[in-house]
Write a protein that binds this ligand. Sequence first.
Ligand code: PMP
Length: 456
Amino acid sequence: MLTNLQARDVATVLHPYSNLATLPSQGTLILERGQGVYVHDVEGKPYIEGMAGLWCNALGHGVEELVEAAAEQMRKLPFAHLFTGKSHDPAIALAEKLKELAPMKAAKVFFTSSGSEANDTQMKLVWYVNNALGRPQKKKIISRIKAYHGVTIASASLTGLPNNHIDFDLPLSSVRHAGCPHHWRFGHEGETEAEFSARLAAELDAQIEAEGPETVAAFIAEPVMGAGGVIVPPEGYFAAIQPILEKHDVMLISDEVICGFGRLGEWFGATKLGMKPDTVSVAKALTSSYIPLGAVIIPDWIDEALVAQSAKIGVFGHGFTYSGHPVAAAVGLKTLEIYERINILGHVTDITPHFQKRLKALGDHPGRRSPRSRACGAVEVVADKAAKRAFDPKTAVAAKVVAFAQDEGLIVRAIGDAVAVCPPLVITEAEIDELFDRLGRALDRGEEWVRKERSR
Ligand code: PMP
């Protein structure tokens, strides 16, 4: 039985990323307020936000300084743009800060409002710059199966998940997908992580050769894959991939939309995993999600190509109304200031072993596994662990676990058979314990449900 608000919701709001057929009967969880790692629904029930919203609310709720930064900027100059020779201080200061933090020698920053727009911009820059450099055939971009890079036409093409392609007439013809670095699922019998990494690199090499290296422009990768199921790459993965890209003059785009700003204990996931990106995309934790903001950070050689092209043809014809929105930029600057002041990287480094220990304990169980994690991870429910047999997708066990978790006062997310956990970075050890106690109970209830279903 839906509440009045739920009924109004499902009657009017077209919900992103939802099963539109079942949502009207299931109803929606309607949230009202938040404090720290907790959110409260309209009935007043508290939940631990085990997903930091959508992997983004790094500082948790109720950070007054961010509210103040937004209010102050709104009072002073609520809108100004960066088109046609205009600028403003928040965008300049934030671009300087991002350049300073970037995991490579950065030249400039292009602002967007989301991760999808950032990756869309990446793809347009790859095409534009290769035209500018006089190699118009070098246009293909290789992403990976199970990657998540967004939902615009370009970024959804880069995403390597079936639901983002089927019936949307995607991916675009210039996008390819390479193998997914999920050792447990795709590793061969007896293959070590290092051997698996070497095989994936050899397969990528063969794929680029088959396409023709002169047609392949870029490889895009999240350091740790997030929405594809929290997949931490196997040992030596990027060290094996990187030389292949260099050999074929294929640039590396690091999609830091989830991993950027501390998720792996460094400013950028690329640094943690030894990637040497040419460019990066950021969003989400850049403002701790208090306001939409994304960015693409580019190196000198791309900047120079863009400038040279403008010298020839005039205007660089790309930009959003909200590119560098002053309120978003002010909140972004304040967020980065807070990260530095509270030493968020140190905090994440301190709590990660405890997070990993609790997550691993949940996976040490016959019907589950918890692959390697960082300050985000997943517990996967499996029908037969030894045989690596997954449940029939129709069983939707992980979705059931997520529903039980909600009942227990915990928000987590089902991705196939995996239950993803990605709490605010500021979470304490005591809150991590509470989170995993609740998740443990939800998993037990999920397994009890499976047993009952099977015996029916
Ligand atoms: N890249 C990655 C790695 C992401 O996780 C996401 C969002 N989950 C995106 C891009 C797209 O970002 P947005 O939803 O802000 O468009």
